[in-house]
Write a protein that binds this ligand. Structure first.
Ligand SMILES: *Cc1c(COP(=O)(O)O)cnc(C)c1O
Length: 377
């Protein structure tokens, strides 16, 4: 099956009981048992719900894994995956990981005795120097948020295997439409489905896919034990969002190309970060491992004042956190999504006060460029 066909026909297409073409929203918490322990596969909706199951089957197919799981948020999915580890274990993460992931590693997992080290995973020698006898996993986001740094997933997978580590990839920015980390050797793929997978700024959700039955058993045990599951209505919204993921990602891609080429020639823009530009350091790797570069662009206008000025003047870009929806969004990571990262650390990473991040929507790119032209004057 080709990718756009799989978005429509993957997973469990339709309802076998009624023939409904759209998976029904099974708004049920419990299920009748014919006799003690005799049931149709569902007992209680924390353990399993047919609408959530349809979504979990679909994301499993799209990510080419063994088993999929849906959670109440991206962070709940990340928490569940991190719960695979024990006190005394050590995890290596990329240094410009999502702010919430940095926060959970340094403020929550640390209290539970799980250690973490942050390195630039675009250079696997750095990761190698961070390995300890108790290291259990390499966690990478690629491309990263907000600097769009690209880690070579196949190389990272080879290296992780050689060090006996699990490779966990946060695939939120690319989505399975552009990038399938499990096919490149990753063990676990994570999503904030709040972003491109939902795609319409109307649901908070997380997904995880694992590459083996053993990891599937372990993660299902944790999902059921800790309970951060996605409800049936939100599961249905994600199934609906996924149907148009291919069309949307292609539209985001076209617009992002237009906007990136406009910004890269603009005198008020000091630096631009977009993996689709040949000048981006991760361009060659992104080209090799992904089918598209995505709709996220960051650019530096030099100072916090100039950044605020742009944010005040834009019309079609909504000032808001989050990304990946049909409408274009704009933010200043240092003050918003990455505010939980200490200032010195932000500066070290290049997340300056003048850095603006845009999530390019699917409007007409002429309007977006006209808007940016006026705002950058
Ligand atoms: C938003 C985001 C998360 C967290 O997901 P929520 O759905 O907000 O809990 C994790 N990783 C990345 C890359 C994100 O953009």
């Amino acid at each position: 099956m080709k990718p756009k066909t799989k978005l429509i026909h993957g997973g469990i297409p339709g309802d076998s009981h009624t023939g409904a073409v759209s998976i029904p929203i099974y708004q049920a918490s419990t299920y009748k048992q014919e006799d003690i322990g005799v049931h149709k596969g569902y007992e209680y909706s924390r353990t399993g719900n047919p609408t959530r199951h349809a979504l979990e089957e679909l994301i499993k197919d799209l990510e080419e894994g063994e088993r999929g799981f849906a959670f109440g948020s991206g962070m709940a999915a990340i928490t569940a995956v991190m719960s695979l580890f024990n006190a005394g274990d050590h995890i290596i993460l990329n240094d410009d990981v999502y702010g919430g992931t940095y926060r959970i590693a340094t403020k929550v997992l640390s209290r539970l005795g799980i250690e973490s080290t942050f390195v630039d995973t675009t250079d696997l020698d750095e990761a190698d120097r961070a390995v300890r006898p108790n290291s259990k996993a390499l966690f990478v986001e690629t491309p990263t948020n907000p600097l769009l740094k690209v880690t070579d997933i196949a190389e990272a997978a080879k290296w992780a295997k050689s060090r006996n580590l699990l490779l966990i990839v946060d695939n939120t920015f690319s989505t399975p439409y552009w990038q399938t980390p499990i096919a490149l050797g990753a063990d676990i793929v994570l999503h904030s489905a709040t972003k491109y997978i939902g795609g319409h700024s109307d649901v908070v959700a997380g997904l995880a896919v694992v590459n083996s039955g053993k990891l599937g058993e372990e993660l299902h045990f944790i999902q059921n034990a800790t309970g951060g599951v996605l409800g049936p209505h939100d599961s249905w919204l994600l199934i609906r969002g996924l149907k148009t993921l291919g069309l949307r990602m292609e539209a985001h891609e076209r617009n992002a190309r237009d906007v990136a080429s406009f910004l890269s020639g603009h005198p008020a823009v000091h630096r631009i970060y977009y993996p689709g530009l040949a000048s981006h350091p991760g361009h060659a790797v992104a080209r090799r491992q992904a089918r598209g570069f995505g709709g996220m662009i960051s650019f530096d206008v030099g100072s916090a004042e100039k950044a605020s000025d742009v944010l005040r003047k834009v019309n079609y870009f909504t000032l808001a956190e989050s990304l990946g929806a049909v409408e274009s969004l704009i933010s200043v990571p240092a003050k918003m999504t990455h505010a939980s990262i200490p200032r010195e650390r932000r500066e070290e990473l290049g997340i300056t006060d003048g850095l603006i991040r845009i999530s390019v929507g699917i409007e007409d790119s002429e309007d977006l460029i006209e808007d940016l032209t006026k705002s950058l004057e």
